[in-house]
Design a protein around this ligand. Structure first.
Ligand SMILES: *Cc1c(COP(=O)(O)O)cnc(C)c1O
Length: 378
């Protein structure tokens, strides 16, 4: 097999380790591993399998399509999705034992109609908007949503398996929104209880809250980023020994000398102030390398950090090798776990004014993913 020009390797051992670590941390609350957006760029199916092997009782995805794909690939565990538009394929979701989320009366009606058509009792979780002002029932209609859900439950069409919400600022533990949202959540739970609902799981926390706010763990926590080994609240999270699962590598395409006064890449935004050598890295924003990190990020070549010089292009970018002469074909580590001298996804996030989530989720393009497991490479 020829060595790929560039590749993404994903350590499934790291995923399993992170899932086991998080499960132990939050016990007796249960853990949902969130594998939406192709497993945050790590590959939804292999990550889902690794999470189940590590004992994750729940998986979470955004869309029904993602949930159905997991079922087609043989996943049989508890599975929640939470983002729908009118006219979704609820029939298949119910037949495939997916827990679906409702924010509004119209969704409850659609789900109830699917239950009538299919003869399958729907498993529904209700989401309340406690202050993120994104999805979820506004508190003003929450009593109506729970009354209607209870009516449909009594009619035998659905079962309310969960009630949940989502934080706006859980990566800032001292932000006043956290306490405020949790208070609204508790009130929403009381209203649901008074209406006769007895959900199996109540849940509010994502990774940051699961780690930093034990009082928000309820019955279940929904961890995405931490399961991939990245820090949900950089600088604020205790060291749990989580291991970043993704490493992005490329081969150097070319090495050449550059004279003082010569400029690099589109727009000539960087000019050498001394004679040096540069290397060509054959991936660019077409592969999810952020153009915004031009002249700011670093990669590792031959055991040292090398600065990106000039603009990141669609297919390639240039790094300063400071007079060194590695050979074309030598390894470039774009980012990895940071256990050696390589930069991390967090370093790239800071260089691109974004969050580590976006770095790993967007990287891909033409690069193949390679899965590394204990037994070797598959
Ligand atoms: C993506 C998502 C999560 C996971 O968040 P992390 O910060 O990655 O742990 C949890 N809940 C909902 C509703 C989400 O959309």
């Amino acid at each position: 097999m020829t060595r790929p020009r560039a590749r993404i390797s994903v350590e499934l051992v790291a995923i399993r380790h992170n899932v086991e670590t998080l499960a132990r941390l939050v016990a007796p609350s249960a853990l949902m591993v969130v594998v939406k957006a192709d497993g945050y760029g790590h590959g939804m199916l292999p990550v889902a399998r690794a999470a189940r092997e590590a004992g994750a009782p729940w998986l979470g995805v955004a869309t029904i399509d993602e949930a159905l794909q997991l079922r087609r690939e043989g996943d049989t565990g508890r599975l929640l999705c939470w983002l729908t538009v009118p006219g979704e394929d609820y029939d298949t979701a119910l037949r495939d034992d997916v827990d679906v989320t409702a924010y509004a009366l119209a969704e409850l009606a659609e789900i109830a109609a699917a239950a009538e058509r299919t003869g399958v009792m729907a498993r529904v979780q209700l989401k309340v908007d406690t202050g993120l002002s994104r999805g979820g029932a506004p508190t003003a209609i929450w009593p109506d949503v729970v009354e209607e859900a209870r009516r449909l439950e009594i009619a035998g069409l659905l079962s309310i398996t969960g009630i949940w919400s989502h934080f706006a600022a859980s990566d800032e533990p001292d932000h006043p929104a956290n306490d405020a949202q949790q208070k609204v959540f508790d009130e929403a739970l009381d209203i649901a209880h008074d209406a006769g609902l007895r959900p199996e799981v109540r849940h509010l926390a994502n990774s940051a809250a699961a780690i930093l706010r034990p009082g928000a763990r309820y019955d279940l926590v929904r961890c995405g980023i931490a399961a991939y080994g990245l820090d949900p609240a950089p600088g604020r999270t205790p060291d749990l020994g989580l291991v970043p699962a993704m490493t992005v590598r490329a081969q150097l395409a070319m090495v050449k000398p550059l004279r003082a006064g010569e400029s690099v890449s589109y727009g000539h935004t960087w000019t050498a102030d001394r004679d040096t050598t540069v290397g060509l890295v054959p991936i660019g924003y077409g592969d999810g390398i952020p153009r915004h990190a031009s002249n700011r990020a670093h990669v590792e070549v031959a055991g040292r950090l090398r600065p990106v010089r000039g603009r990141v292009c669609m297919d390639q970018f240039v790094v300063d090798l400071d007079g060194d002469l590695p050979e074309a074909g030598d390894d470039v580590i774009v980012f990895g776990p940071g256990t050696m001298s390589e930069p991390t996804a967090q370093d790239w996030a800071e260089a691109a004014d974004t969050i580590n989530y976006e770095i790993v989720t967007r990287v891909g393009g033409r690069m193949p993913r390679v899965y590394v497991d204990e037994g070797g490479t598959s």
